[in-house]
Write a protein that binds this ligand. Structure first.
Ligand SMILES: [Zn+2]
Ligand SMILES: [Zn+2]
Length: 264
């Protein structure tokens, strides 16, 4: 398994790019979230990773820091005349929001229930609506979403192939659903926007503390925890996040940073 973190910052981060994770599981290659702007493309190119060769993108939710980079992924594919469509998977709500963004900003695009067509050419994007709990196959990889506690239509993802598994919490407050989704996973990538002492703010913005991330990792009995979606307040103070998560979870814990390339 290979995990490359192309963006690891929260929406308001001024040090890190927004969320996008490249996942390689056996021969399957996908993206988790699209970051915002062109940052996934910029960081991928620094690592020699051509995102035009990846044809599947799983969205956690429609917030701008996770979905708006899709416009740049699409436009990059169109410019390079990539014939294969980028398949975008998400809840009905998330896909509807993303389609509305596209339509508002690109009035001349032909956008329908199936995908996005450019000048009557082949699809550059295809929408794949998923229902929580259903297993979807991409290649020989199983992708299963579970409801997150964040905004309408937000989900987390579990990816499995053979005996390897990785789970992404997406943006979420603590929820039992992540524990169920992450059961015995090799890697849990969980957001942590702050510490327990930030509880009031975390409740307001519907995010997790590092302790929540550790608690989920402990309860789900995962093999390792990677914390991401780091806010400006904890950039440079990542040890505080690790220390708090390790109060409850005794396995290996790291905090992701942009361009982190993890082979497991
Ligand atoms: Zn976010
Ligand atoms: Zn969000």
């Amino acid at each position: 398994m290979r995990l490359v973190f192309l963006g690891t910052g929260s929406g308001g981060s001024i040090q890190r790019f927004h969320t996008c994770i490249y996942v390689e599981l056996a021969d399957n290659r996908i993206l988790l979230d699209a970051s915002s702007g062109n940052s996934a493309l910029v960081n991928a190119s620094k690592l020699g990773l051509d995102l035009n060769t990846i044809h599947h993108l799983l969205l956690s939710h429609s917030h701008h820091d996770h979905s708006r980079g899709l416009e740049y992924l699409e436009s990059h594919r169109n410019v390079r005349d990539i014939q294969q469509a980028l398949n975008v998977y998400g809840s009905d709500t998330a896909l509807k929001d993303v389609r509305n963004f596209f339509q508002a900003m690109n009035k001349d695009f032909e956008i329908n229930d199936e995908g996005i067509l450019r000048q009557g050419k082949s699809f550059t994007i295809k929408w794949n609506s998923v229902h929580e709990g259903d297993s979807n196959k991409i290649g020989d990889m199983l992708c299963k979403s579970h409801a997150a506690k964040h905004i309408a239509g937000a989900v987390g993802w579990r990816l499995e192939c053979g005996n390897e598994s990785v789970v992404f919490s997406g943006d979420t407050e603590f929820t039992e659903n992540t524990i169920i989704g992450a059961k015995n996973a090799d890697v849990l990538i969980h957001e942590a926007y702050g510490l327990k002492e930030d509880a009031d703010r975390l409740k307001m913005v519907k995010h997790s503390s590092a302790y929540d991330a550790g608690f989920v990792a402990f309860k789900a009995d995962v093999k390792q925890l990677v914390i991401t979606h780091v806010s400006t307040d904890y950039h440079g103070k990542e040890d505080l996040l690790i220390n708090e998560a390790s109060e409850i979870y005794k396995g290996p814990i790291s905090v992701a940073h942009d361009l982190m390339d993890l082979s497991i």
